[in-house]
Design a protein. Structure first.
Length: 129
């Protein structure tokens, strides 16, 4: 019922709104029925045991959920692996991006191990510049 109240405040629908739902207990509460009557809302419900009454809306929400999940996954990946690791600088890394700091760290270790010509203090100095 709270979601319906919020939606009505935001959308300000004309009299005669017809929301559709199943016959779940949250949609058949006396308080909700009274609220709908007082606000000129006509409830529409599936017939008991007939899920096909609302098949178009169920399909819509299936698609919406799937596409929202894909969009969210893409946005999180772009943030984490794009902006956060490659663009955003971090004072903890001496102003480098996390990706640049990691490359500098491992590059210095490889150079130190393979060539044994660069002291660790020089390597640390390289990381800070």
């Amino acid at each position: 019922m709270q979601a319906l109240i919020i939606a009505m405040k935001q959308q300000k629908p004309a009299k005669g709104l017809i929301p559709h739902s199943d016959q779940g207990s949250q949609f058949t509460l006396k308080e909700l029925v009274r609220f709908c009557d007082e606000n000129f809302i006509q409830q529409s419900m599936n017939r008991a045991g007939c899920p096909y009454d609302n098949a178009p809306m169920e399909r819509y929400f299936n698609i919406f959920e799937f596409e929202t999940e894909q969009t969210l996954d893409t946005a999180v990946a772009e943030f984490a692996y794009g902006w956060h690791k490659r663009i955003r600088t971090d004072p903890y890394n001496d102003g480098k991006t996390p990706a640049a700091a990691r490359v500098a760290y491992y590059l210095c270790d490889d150079v130190t191990i393979l060539l044994d010509q660069v002291s660790q203090s020089q390597c640390n100095h390289l990381q800070h510049h």
